[in-house]
Design a binder for this molecule. Structure first.
Ligand code: PLP
Length: 401
């Protein structure tokens, strides 16, 4: 405690964040997660900013399954997987995830952040090339940094640029090349063009990896993910994803692919080797979630109905959205102060939303991001749309105003 300058330096940096409007306060929720949440002050809000796509986070069946696994397997294991932290429930979940994703084997992590952080370094070295979309998630960027492979970056979702980078890596004589992309980009709701990516990978002899955090459980006809949506099941080499969004929402991540890949990760991946096993109640609840969504597409269908309805109605009111079909709906306000005012006004009107502005999104692209859920009722969506209309009119930003 003798270096005062260290602490005053931090205080100054925090002050700058506050002054620049970049400080991220935490809203405190006093209830379960869901379409409706209770704020700390007792107000109820319609929640439009959770990654709770299937509505399973605060769901009773999910809690019951977790409680059953808690009872059977206990609270924790106080061990990494390879010492004494592997229970039957972990092996069952790995097998069920493989079946669900259409792969050979799956390895669990404490988070998708760890899955991405620990996937590159064991598999690739300085002779290899990682070709990564410019908007890939922070955990992919960090994972790539921990690996000695050469890095190539292509402009977001730009297939011509991807091909350019593939040619560059080939000309540099790289041994293995892997194309890495988010299956869905969470700021824009953009879906990666996996059919084209697979074609390019075949043309240049490259491997492919997708991060399915905003897709597993609801993209594609039966919710298997972006690879199902794009018709390339069985053609992606490595799939990473989270249990912390649609698939129950607690925490946990996974990497899935060919047996030899997963076995190598079990032997060499540092976040797996040196971090605790996934809590058994999460593994048990995740199994029940997979079982539920494998038996019926009801939740997934309701999510997509809600999404289509909201996208159509919000445009009719006079807002501009990024076109698409994903339940992430960026409502464009362009101007950062307006986005902030808008989100604050929506909060007063009882709607929980998050505003995004530079540097999280490009300058002049400020927005509020709406995320639909299977848990939202039509009535709740109509209430939210009314609030949008009112706040939009007050701020004078509707197209037909
Ligand atoms: C949320 C997210 C992650 C991190 O998932 P956690 O399981 O919460 O660590 C990784 N990648 C992408 C694309 C994400 O959206």
């Amino acid at each position: 405690m003798s270096d005062q300058a260290f602490y005053s330096g931090l205080q100054a940096k925090l002050e700058t964040l506050r002054n620049d409007g970049l400080f991220k306060p935490e809203r405190v929720i006093a209830s379960r997660q869901g379409a409706i949440v209770t704020a700390q002050d007792g107000r109820t809000l319609i929640n439009m900013c959770a990654n709770n796509y299937l509505g399973l986070s605060g769901d009773e069946q999910t809690s019951t399954a977790a409680a059953a696994a808690l009872e059977k397997y206990g609270y924790g294991l106080s061990s990494v997987r390879f010492i004494c932290g592997t229970q039957t429930v972990h092996k069952e979940l790995e097998q069920k995830l493989s079946e669900f994703l259409g792969t050979e084997d799956t390895i669990l992590y404490a988070a998708a952040f760890d899955a991405n952080g620990g996937v590159f370094e064991p598999l690739f070295d300085e002779n290899d090339a990682i070709i990564s979309d410019a908007l890939n998630h922070a955990s992919i960027i960090d994972g790539v940094r921990l690996c000695k492979a050469a890095r190539y970056r292509y402009a977001n979702n730009d297939m011509a640029d991807l091909e350019k980078q593939l040619i560059a890596a080939t000309e540099a004589g790289k041994r293995h090349k892997i194309i890495v992309t988010d299956g869905v980009f969470s700021m824009d709701g953009t879906i990666a063009q996996l059919d084209k990516i697979v074609e390019l990978a075949e043309k240049y002899g490259a491997l492919t990896m997708i991060d399915e955090s905003h897709a597993s459980g609801f993209m594609g006809k039966t919710g298997r993910g972006t690879h199902e949506h794009c018709g390339v099941i069985g053609k992606i080499d490595i799939i990473t994803g989270t249990l912390g969004k649609a698939l129950g929402g607690a925490m946990g991540g996974f990497t899935s692919g060919r047996k030899e890949v997963i076995e190598t990760l079990r032997q060499k991946s540092r976040p797996y080797l040196f971090s605790n096993t996934l809590a058994p109640m999460i593994a048990g609840a995740s199994l029940s979630v997979l079982d539920r969504i494998s038996k019926s597409t009801e939740l997934r269908d309701r999510l997509h109905e809600n999404t289509a309805y909201f996208r159509k109605e919000i445009e009719r009111i006079g807002f501009t959205i990024k076109p698409g079909t994903h339940p992430v709906v960026p409502v464009m306000l362009f101007d950062a102060p307006i986005a902030q005012k808008f989100a604050a006004r929506m909060f007063e009107l009882g709607v929980l939303l998050s505003g995004f502005f530079y540097p999280v999104v490009p300058m002049g692209q400020a927005r509020v991001r709406v995320q639909l859920s299977a848990a939202h009722t039509r009535e709740q969506l109509d209430t939210v749309l009314k609030a949008f209309e009112q706040a939009g009119k007050e701020l004078g930003i509707l197209k037909n105003q």
